[in-house]
Design a protein around this ligand. Structure first.
Ligand SMILES: NC(=O)C1=CN([C@@H]2O[C@H](COP(=O)(O)OP(=O)(O)OC[C@H]3O[C@@H](n4cnc5c(N)ncnc54)[C@H](OP(=O)(O)O)[C@@H]3O)[C@@H](O)[C@H]2O)C=CC1
Ligand SMILES: O=C1CO[C@H](CO)[C@@H](O)[C@@H]1O
Length: 303
């Protein structure tokens, strides 16, 4: 098979089977949207969980919304298709519902996911995200993915992409860090004014080593007032701003708790989203989030 420079490494930082089990629990609870990425190095485990539930008849592929992301070392146009195919193979799928450019900048292609020079600085590639986008557009045209989007794009980068001459497919979402300590008010307004949805990552403040958002006295006060958990308040914060939200949990009780909040009557469409990440808490390299898309959510058209 074609050699892809950024071959996945097996970091072994999530307990064996942990990701697969959490995917299965989440599907049973009702989650339908899974936020994955090559960089999380657990797409194979996710794929096992999904396949097992499809085989069991618990869910149908067409009712799932599977997202993956193009890593920075694969921004060169010639590498994009192979990178996408590699994620598909690991996930055991023949198409993705959404493929995101993980970051707007490209890194030197090769074995390392994070290529660094002797000063420990990331080695960039000479790629331009507009060219990378063209290769991603080809994935839609060939049916490997149904829609494409971006992540970690600021206002200027998104504007440049939207103004690209001969743009064939608009980004459907911009996945960005977003929570009460980083509300992203202006960027959200900009995205929404251009019909680009916003997806909030790190909505609970991240795992260990992250922020202590859930312990924030204001969040705690609001939670007590409404008889909700702090996590539920943080999730609802995004839903009420029309922002899709992808909190992570590998814990069955918390997977359910997060989902229950998202299933409330006032939360419509794509915004009834929840996330879950299958990775050991302290490691950033093995993440996966899943968000349920309700049966009534708009489906993306087939290419
Ligand atoms: N595009 C990008 O660049 C990025 C995207 N992401 C995506 O966003 C997702 C979410 O971000 P993430 O960094 O994981 O951080 P989150 O803000 O989702 O926080 C996750 C942490 O919260 C805990 N948690 C989850 N639910 C609850 C609850 N109900 N009560 C108490 N604690 C809870 C989890 O522990 P436990 O699992 O034990 O429940 C975990 O430690 C990632 O999984 C990834 O898919 C993240 C970073 C960057
Ligand atoms: O999604 C993400 C999680 O982990 C990666 C490695 O740290 C990040 O770069 C990325 O934004």
């Amino acid at each position: 098979r074609e050699k892809v420079p950024c071959e996945p490494r097996h970091l072994g930082d999530a307990a064996p089977g942990e990701v697969t089990e959490a995917v299965k629990v989440a599907i049973d609870v009702g989650y339908r949207h899974f936020d994955c990425a090559y960089m999380y190095h657990n797409e194979n485990e996710v794929g096992v969980g999904i396949q097992s539930k499809i085989k069991e008849g618990a869910v149908r592929r067409e009712n799932l919304f599977i997202v993956s992301k193009l890593w920075c070392t694969c921004h060169k146009k010639s590498l994009v298709k192979a990178a996408c195919t590699r994620s598909l193979k690991a996930l055991k799928l023949d198409y993705l519902d959404l493929y995101l450019m993980h970051w707007p900048m490209g890194f030197k292609s090769g074995e390392a996911d994070l290529p660094v020079d002797h000063n420990g600085m990331i080695i960039p590639s000479d790629t331009d995200f507009l060219d990378t986008w063209e290769a991603m557009e080809n994935l839609v045209a060939t049916g490997l993915v149904r829609a494409i989007g971006v992540s970690n794009f600021n206002h200027e980068q998104l504007e440049r992409l939207l103004k690209k001459p001969n743009l064939r497919f608009k980004p459907v979402t911009n996945q960005i860090e977003c929570h009460p300590y980083l509300t992203q008010k202006n960027l959200i307004s900009f995205c929404q004014s251009r019909n680009v949805s916003v997806t909030a990552y790190l909505p609970l403040g991240g795992s260990s080593g992250g922020m202590h958002l859930m312990e924030d006295p204001m969040i705690q006060t609001i939670a007590q007032k409404h008889s909700k958990s702090a996590a539920q308040i943080l999730i609802r914060f995004q839903i009420q701003r029309n922002v899709r939200v992808i909190p992570k949990s590998v814990n069955p009780k918390r997977i359910l708790e997060n989902f229950q909040e998202s299933s409330c009557r006032n939360c419509a469409g794509w915004n009834r989203g929840w996330g879950w990440t299958g990775r050991a808490a302290a490691r950033v390299l093995s993440r996966l989030t899943l968000t349920p898309v309700p049966a009534t959510a708009p489906r993306l058209p087939r290419p």
